[in-house]
Structure formats: C-alpha cells, structure tokens
Write a protein that binds this ligand. Structure first.
Ligand SMILES: O=P(O)(O)OC[C@H]1O[C@H](O)[C@H](O)[C@@H](O)[C@@H]1O
Length: 549
C-alpha cells in the first residue's frame, strides 16, 4: 500500500484544503439554503448536524474515498471477526462481542466466546437481583446499601461516567461510590462514611496488577477487618472483576465472587463487560442491558451504513480533515447536559490512549499527526471561560456539541436557555463577527476614528470554526450506549487511517513500571544510583518529611 501521505486521495485532500482555506462557511450557508438539510444523519436515536464544518461535497467525497482506499471496511470486518488486530499484544479486539445480540457466534482461537459472554451477563443479572432484593446480605444479616467500586482507568471511567449520565435511572436499593486514585484522601473519605455491615466492595482490575486498585482494595480490606469483620466474612463483602482469576483468588477473593473478563477486551473498551457490574448494581440489570443494546445498534449501523450515512465514519473523517490538513491540535467535547458532564473525560481516555501513537502497526515512524488532545466540559459553564480561546485564539479547535431535546423534570425556561446557548455558540463559532459589523456597532459611541478602529479589531471574530451538533430525544441507556459506541468506532476509523495499533498503551505501561520503581526507592529498597539526580533529589526531599516512624 502507498504511504498514506503519498496516496492519491491524500494529495486530493491537500489540494482541496488549499481551496477551502480561502472560503468562509457563512458564505456557504448564505449561498446554499439546503446545506443543513444535506449535511445531517440520523441513526440509533442520534441526530448529527455536520453542516457547520469546513467541508464541501467534494471534500466529503475525497474523505470517504480516503476511508475506502485505506481499507476501513476491511479493518472493521477484521475487528468484528476476532482477528488478532492488536498486534503488539497478540490479541483480538472484541468489545463488540460483549454486546452482540445477533445470536451469531464470535470465534476466538477456534472457540465461540458467546456462551461465556452470555453466562457472565447472567451472573451479573443474578447478582444484581440478589443485592437489590436483599437476598445477598452482609455478614451480620443486613442488606447491602452501599457499593464501593474500586478501579482505575478503563476499570473506573466507564462505570463512573455512565452511572452519572443515567442518574434518572439510578435505583434506590443501593448507592454506588467510586474510588480510583491511590491518594488516600479519597478512599478514607469514602470509607469513613460507610457502615461496613451494609457495604459491598467491587474491585475491578482486568490485569489484577494495578498498584492503585490493589492498594485501595487492601485498605478497604483492612478497614473491614478493623471494623469487626473477619476473614471468613470477606466473602460476603468483597467481589472482584478480572481476567486474572488466579491473582484474584490468591489475593483472597473467593472464586465464586470473581466476575470474569477476557484479554480480548481492552481496558478502555471494557464497560460492556463485567467491569460494568457497578453500572448494573446502580441502575438495575435491565438498564445495563439497555446500554449494551444501544451499543449493538451502533455496531450494526457502523457495519452496514454507507460512508455518507455512517455516523462514526463521518465524525472520524472530519477529525482527520482538521488534524492533518488544518493543523488542529485538539478537539473539544461540549455536552449541554449536566449529567453528561463526564463524557469529555471518558472520550479523552478512549481517544488519547488509543491513538496517541508514534509508529505504525509495522513499527515505522509516522510523519503525520495522529490522535488529537481531547478536552472539554459541560455547557454552559465553559462559555464563561475557555470558549474565548475557541472563538478568538489562533488555529482551529473542532467542537462536538451534544444535547438532549428532553431532560428529566424539565423546566421549560431552563431547558430553552440551555438549548439556545448550545445552538448559539455553534452559530457564533461558524459565523464570527466581521470587522465591518463591529465597526458599525461602535458608531455614536463618541469615539475618535483611531479608537473606533482599534476597538473594532478586538471585537472582530474570525468565525469559520467548525462544529458538529449531536442531538437526541433524551439520554436513556440505549441512546447512551449508541453514543459511546459511536465514539469508539470513530476512534477506530481514525486509527485505521493513521495505520496505528489503537489497542495497546505502552506509554501508560512504562508509567506503571517506573511508579513501582520509585516506590521501591522511597521505601528504601533500591540503590540511590538507579535514579537520575532530579528524581533522586525529589525522593530525598520526600523522605525528609516522611521519615519512617
Ligand atoms: O483494569 P486494570 O488492569 O487495573 O487496568 C486499569 C487501567 O490501567 C492502565 O492505566 C491502562 O492504560 C488502562 O487502559 C486500564 O484501564
């Protein structure tokens, strides 16, 4: 295959970018009344308006040609079929099997994984029911009222953010609390508010080797024993989710209390697996299943819709357009819905851990930009802070605006204001405000000519800033599942174009190893010369104020 940047499709896009650079979206809207009608797609409960992008029909065609030429469809099929596409860890990538309701088998190493997947879903359902009904009791006979979910990265963000986003669906039976950071402040705060007799600890770690999760679980175990529980009582109060059943049992979790997952589920794609147990406990199994069903619907859409109608493909190729042809460094996510405020953090891990890569699948150095910085927060709050830079800063920051058309306990005034801000921001980014308009506004203000011009320069907004607007009827489990799967597949498509392995994370792994080495240094188990002088000085300084007591 030709190098990406030398391909005919890439060259076409480069020429088109030069033309588009000279054009303004507001002129396109002015000259084409059908632009919004032509540039939207609706699927799986999601409506995408992508008309406020710096693309013409020619650009879209060229982007889709690039997707075809780079084999997006073939790579997609390889993923769904269970091929070993994570070629640095020798693994299939099959989060889609976790929500496969087609009744079709999914074969890994010659074996259908679906029976195990479905058996684990049954186990999650039965356990959720036994906790909610009070059948599963603590060791003193009290029903479980609080769940402390311990995990980090993909074993935390998915459950935390999905349960937050679906707050209206939370069940009264139990309250779920999350602990991720190894900073003792967090677990201490959470546990100090718990009664150990009605608390269940759900420890989630795919590898069962992550320092933070192991330590937080040890601290929780210690707390449980100090409060009066015994070693035998642990079985009623501790469960684990892991693909490393051996390590989990060695740690002291009873085998029947371990919910399995598999090495073909990546951490950042794992909320659909038993890592989603806290979601089921928080929202009820039916709502957890609703999430999976929405994701399954998006999988089917991704597999079957033509490029022009395919939500993940459209979003991915627009992202490629800005990253590689307009120098966009970042992409901002702007959910206009308080409960969806965690989405930027979720997509941040999904995207940046997947596509923050330097070499191709074959290990060759890459000469073009890959994954962007993902950031953002809930609207309207951001409008009163960082939106300034999106409007008037240098460069281009493509944005995704997301908003439900209905919200729970709807107050019409609040909701109309929320919507008007969301739509108004996207409009302002696209239109900007010309110098002439700003100059005109300053008439009759008693300014001399020079001052009037100077102020008008400051007020001028270039506009031409791209955004997508994604609307949905309401954020129910199905819609959220579809939304998250849409972003998963967007990231996948971009990884294919950039020729990356989107499913490993060696940078993060190095951080884990070095963190453990420094810990050994702090605890006095390592020779001083192991560290560079800066790290050693920091360790020494830490030791001065944290001398062994
Ligand atoms: O589930 P665990 O094995 O404890 O891993 C937790 C997290 O560890 C690392 O930081 C990985 O980069 C994440 O993708 C993963 O989700």
């Amino acid at each position: 295959m030709t190098t990406l940047t030398e391909s005919a499709q890439w060259q076409t896009l480069e020429s088109l970018a030069q033309l588009v650079e000279k054009e303004h979206m507001r002129d396109w809207f002015a000259s084409d009344a059908n632009r919004a009608a032509d540039m939207n797609v609706e699927a799986c409960g999601l409506f995408l308006d992508f008309s406020k992008n710096r693309v013409t029909k020619d650009v879209l065609k060229a982007l889709f040609d690039l997707a075809d030429a780079r084999g997006v469809a073939q790579h997609r099929d390889a993923m769904f079929n269970g091929d070993i596409i994570n070629n640095t860890e020798g693994r299939a990538v099959l989060h889609t099997a976790l929500r496969n309701f087609s009744g079709q088998p999914v074969i890994v190493d010659g074996e259908d994984v679906m029976p195990e997947v479905l058996a684990t879903l049954d186990k999650i359902e039965a356990f959720t029911h036994s906790v909610h009904s009070g059948e599963h009791k603590g060791y003193t006979g009290k029903a479980i009222k609080h769940i402390v979910a311990i995990g980090i990265g993909g074993s935390f963000l998915g459950p935390k953010i999905m349960t937050e986003a679906l707050k209206p669906y939370q069940q009264d039976a139990v309250k779920v609390h999350f602990v991720a950071n190894v900073d003792g402040c967090h677990i201490t705060d959470v546990l100090s508010a718990m009664d150990h007799e009605d608390t269940l600890i759900v420890m989630s770690s795919k590898s069962f080797s992550t320092q933070e999760t192991l330590q937080n679980t040890l601290t929780a175990k210690d707390w449980f024993l100090k409060q009066g529980g015994t070693q035998e009582d642990i079985a009623r109060h501790f469960v684990a989710v892991s693909s490393n059943v051996k390590a989990a049992t060695e740690f002291g979790i009873a085998e029947e209390n371990i919910f399995p997952m598999w090495d073909w589920v990546g951490g950042r794609y794992s909320l659909w697996s038993a890592i989603g147990l806290p979601i089921s406990l928080c929202l009820g199994f039916a709502n957890f299943k609703g999430l999976l069903e929405g994701a399954f619907a998006m999988d089917e859409h991704f597999k079957t819709a033509p490029n022009e109608q395919n939500l993940p493909v459209i979003l991915a190729m627009l992202g490629i357009w800005y990253r590689n042809f307009f120098g966009a460094q970042s992409h901002v996510m702007l959910p206009y819905y308080h409960y969806l405020r965690g989405l930027p953090a979720y997509v941040q891990q999904l995207d940046m851990e997947s596509n923050g890569k330097l070499v191709t699948q074959d290990g060759d150095a890459i000469g073009y930009e890959t994954g962007p910085i993902i950031w953002g927060s809930e609207g309207t709050n951001g409008q009163h802070s960082f939106h300034q830079l999106i409007h008037q800063g240098h460069g281009v920051i493509p944005a995704d605006f997301l908003m439900p058309l209905n919200v729970p306990n709807q107050d019409d005034t609040h909701h109309a204001m929320l919507a008007s801000n969301c739509f108004g921001q996207a409009q302002a980014l696209m239109q900007g405000k010309t110098f002439a308009d700003c100059y005109a506004d300053l008439a009759d203000k008693g300014l001399d000519e020079a001052e009037r011009k100077r102020l008008a320069q400051h007020k001028t907004m270039p506009g031409n800033k791209p955004s997508n607007t994604i609307l949905f009827e309401k954020l129910d489990p199905f819609t959220l599942g579809a939304l998250v799967a849409m972003y998963e597949h967007k990231v996948f498509v971009q990884g294919v174009i950039w020729q990356l392995n989107s499913f490993d994370q060696w940078g993060v792994e190095l951080g884990k190893v070095l963190g453990n080495q420094v810990l050994a240094g702090i605890q006095g188990n390592t020779e001083a010369e192991t560290f560079d002088s800066s790290t050693q000085n920091l360790i020494n300084r830490f030791k001065q104020t944290n001398a062994p007591k």
